[in-house]
Design a binder for this molecule. Structure first.
Ligand SMILES: Cc1ncc(COP(=O)(O)O)c(C=O)c1O
Length: 486
């Protein structure tokens, strides 16, 4: 038997582990004799007592028979059991639940990183700009939070300090008055959507979405069996005149509408007050709830702060969702909800059932980031930087494509949509593939359409991680390829 000390943990544990693994792997079959302790100790250059300790541990766990005089042998009782455990290469295939089957069939998770080629001019949406200063502020906040970590289970609603900071942030930046008792901290928008869905939806219940829409929203509700109804949007966001009013028309009620009123995702419309009021009235008539996904309102490049749908709502039917995936970074997995009062208790219980509460350390570090003023500094710096980048992108598109391109949704956020009304949508595939071969990452909007398709060539362009100079160069190169292709 070959034993190699691997330096991990006490020496007797290293010997124990290696002998145990050799037994389990069938290299030391039941009944076979183990080396005597004295020569083995000599061979390994350790004290004999260390080997004895390892054997005693194995004996105590039932791996050995060590009868006096017969030497130490692998337990005969293991005969036949190891074979069953180690033949057969794969585990049996589980019979998946409908939720897991949905996930397996639809693959809602984006492949992350590794195999994607590095592109010099990558207009991918969703990646935020993360400065060195912000990262060092974040590290400092984490260290501060780690001085006295929460040892017990967290409050499933979230850390009190963070909820206070969020209430102040919402008041200051969104003019939204929220009682901290109704703010719930979650692991990003995705968990917020999932919990809301689980809170009120039964299979077959209707959910109104914008068409096109964020895939995360679509999958969250579809996965739990909801019936999705994508309603058209125009330059002003959801066309509320198309909201269905006849409940008898459907077998199950419409319980929920999910909108992005400040910056429709992905096409960028801002829902005007007339439509906001119409949506609120519709929800009252239908006894439905509205989700306001306010994913990127921290960055408004033109015009002042927009009033939230939540603030306009007198009937208390709006659930507000915010995220730190854009203002900080998505790996943080932190977001929050502002709940109607009647939702607090059921959501608290669901969150407890789901994960007992989001990790307290990160929540406390985030509260510290707010307290120290670093969050505000970061937000202001980022907003300035994003505005420059967006201006560079708009100007480059205009310079190279003139009036042939329509630019949608550039007033806020970290992305815009470029549309060429005179070009059919089918042209996007060749353009995207050719661009990628030349180091330019551009993206189709078609994956965001549920029932329909873009009617012309449309591209979703994120600009958060590119310097203005890279943006200009990327679009210039894109135009060259475009001229060759078209
Ligand atoms: C419309 C919309 N909502 C929310 C999010 C953020 O989701 P999460 O908070 O789960 O990272 C995104 C991210 O791309 C988005 O586009």
């Amino acid at each position: 038997m070959f034993i190699r000390l691997d330096g991990e943990g006490p020496i007797y544990r290293q010997i124990y582990r290696q002998v145990r693994d050799a037994i389990l792997a069938g290299q030391l079959p039941p009944g076979s004799r183990l080396p005597a302790t004295r020569p083995l100790a000599r061979k390994l250059g350790v004290a004999r007592i260390t080997v004895i300790q390892a054997y005693e541990q194995l004996d105590a766990e039932g791996y050995l028979d060590s009868r006096r005089g017969a030497g130490t042998r692998v337990a005969a009782a293991l005969e036949g059991l190891l074979e069953a455990r180690f033949t057969g290469h794969d585990a049996p295939i589980p019979r998946l639940s409908s939720l897991a089957r949905y996930a397996a069939d639809n693959r809602p998770g984006r492949p992350v990183g590794r195999n994607t080629p590095i592109l010099d001019w990558d207009f991918q949406y969703g990646r935020p700009a993360v400065s060195r200063e912000m990262l060092s502020d974040w590290r400092r906040s984490l260290r501060q939070a780690a001085i006295s970590p929460r040892i017990g289970y967290p409050d499933p609603m979230g850390e009190p300090d963070l909820r206070e900071s969020l209430a102040a942030h919402l008041r200051e930046h969104r003019g939204l008055l929220a009682d901290p008792a109704r703010i719930m901290v979650v692991s990003g928008t995705q968990q917020a959507l999932d919990l809301i869905g689980r809170c009120i939806l039964n299979p077959g219940d209707g959910v109104v979405l914008e068409e096109p829409q964020y895939q995360g929203t679509r999958h969250a509700f579809s996965a739990i069996g909801a019936r999705l109804l994508g309603l058209p949007v125009d330059g002003d966001g959801l066309r509320t005149a198309t909201l269905p009013d006849d409940p008898g028309h459907y077998e199950a009620p419409i319980k929920l509408a999910c909108v992005t009123p400040s910056h429709q995702f992905p096409l960028g419309g801002v829902l005007p007050v007339s439509r906001r009021l119409a949506l609120l009235q519709w929800a009252s008539r239908q006894d439905a709830w509205i989700i306001e996904d306010d994913y990127d309102s921290d960055y408004r490049h033109e015009g002042g702060t927009l009033q939230s749908l939540y603030s306009l709502d007198r009937s208390r039917r709006v659930i507000y969702i915010g995220t730190f995936s854009k203002v900080l970074f998505p790996g943080l997995r932190l977001g929050y909800l502002v709940l109607p009062s009647t939702w607090v208790e059921p959501m608290r219980q669901l969150k407890w059932l789901n994960d007992r509460g989001s990790p307290a350390l990160e929540q406390r570090a985030l509260a510290e980031l707010f307290r120290s003023g670093a969050f505000r500094r970061h937000l202001e710096r980022n907003a300035r930087q994003l505005s420059e980048r967006r201006e560079a992108l708009v100007a480059a598109l205009r310079e190279h494509f003139g009036q042939a391109v329509e630019i949608l949704g550039a007033r806020a956020g970290m992305h815009l949509v470029a549309r060429w009304p005179d070009h059919p949508p089918e042209q996007s595939t060749a353009l995207i593939q050719t661009a990628a071969k030349h180091g330019i990452g551009i993206y189709a909007t078609s994956p965001y359409y549920l029932h329909s398709h873009p009617t012309s060539l449309e591209l979703l362009l994120g600009y958060a991680t590119l310097e203005p100079e890279q943006i200009r160069e990327g679009i210039k190169r894109l135009k060259k390829l475009w001229s060759v292709l078209h």
